[in-house]
Design a protein around this ligand. Sequence first.
Ligand code: PLP
Length: 448
Amino acid sequence: MWRAAVRALRGAGTGAGAPRAASGAAAAQLRRRLESELEEIRGAGTWKSERVIASRQGPHLRLAGGGAGACGGEEGSRCLPPVPCPCFSLSVPAGIINFCANNYLGLSSHPEVIRAAVEALEKFGAGLSSVRFICGTQSIHKDLEEKIARFHQREDAILYASCFDANAGIFEALLTPEDAVLSDELNHASIIDGIRLCKANKYRYKHMDMQDLEAKLKEAQKHRLRLVATDGAFSMDGDIAPLREICQLAHKYDALVFIDECHATGFLGPNGRGTDELLGVMDKVTIINSTLGKALGGAAGGYTTGPKPLIDLLRQRSRPYLFSNSLPPAVVGCASKALDLLMESNAIAQSMAAKTQRFRSKMTAAGFTISGKDHPICPVMLGDARLASVMAEDMLNRGIYVIGFSYPVVPKGKARIRVQISAVHSDEDIDRCVQAFTEVGRKHGALP
Ligand code: PLP
């Protein structure tokens, strides 16, 4: 893989259409520097390679190129024999069972979601060739914003190209040097970057540590406004922020609460509204940022929802909103249909919760430690980085696609394999995953 990257950088090939390598001393120096940086990443064992999927996103995947776990009958592939596919995708000759997408509700390939995208594409075109405030707002953008606000029971909402953008835009637009932001140390990178961009006073509290948050809130009393910022659910551990306690402290110290609901929207809480619904604090959280790129159809896009004057201000001041293209109609169509499906019924979310429960209880009974509680992110804690990596590889040999995480993505000594459950996994998929974990765990000494 890395050889291919270096070859690409060197500009392999000389024929028509072959990449041209820039000449000159500066370009040569840059190339040397980049190659040495890439070598460092490889040396540190943190190189991320990407498997290429040749089918739709879904519980069953086909990988391109006959690599490990690929199917399609290619010689040398290590696929499982085809099994009936209960997912919404077209007939994928079930190669591997996928346990590492954020497709929590399985809506990425839901036929109605796809149909809505095609209809929006045909009616509203491929894209707007414009930012929103010039000539890039269509009726579907306004409809989706209204629907998002209704879903979260908030006053208004604003769309972004991604939740990364929503997080990059909000803090700078809202907070000044007179204000303070208090952020959980394990917040998502996009929150960290968004906070870096703003000029507010910054406080970082220990992960979900309410004593530390209280101490920081006391310290921050001198500022005009205090904003506590936290992920609703943390993606590496599958743990859920103690929002009730955070809201109590926020009330006590006159602070606002912001939550990033990327790993909660659509499925946490009795009606899938998210962490605030799950923990009974919907009226206490002021601002929600979330994504359309995970449970809500999985295409792309993000948003902020909250008080109307805040949303109005973001439309005037938020840089990723002001200076980036409008969401493509097909993407808007997907998310809008996903929200319709969730507002009609909570059956899909409940089905995911039942699958999550099945996986967590069977894995615990088999002797594994699963971090977090009741969340479809189920980190199988292994401790040792090498063990996580060889077990994940061996799982793929058995047709189960999971990913091992180790330092620096997670703390040293806390290596794990992260499993993500989806509503469209069948009970049989879950049981096969548990069976494979048990076999692989015994083989590599993770289980007695
Ligand atoms: N916030 C959290 C907690 C996330 O996990 C992610 C995506 O990985 C993002 C924000 C960014 O979302 P998006 O993919 O819409 O940019």
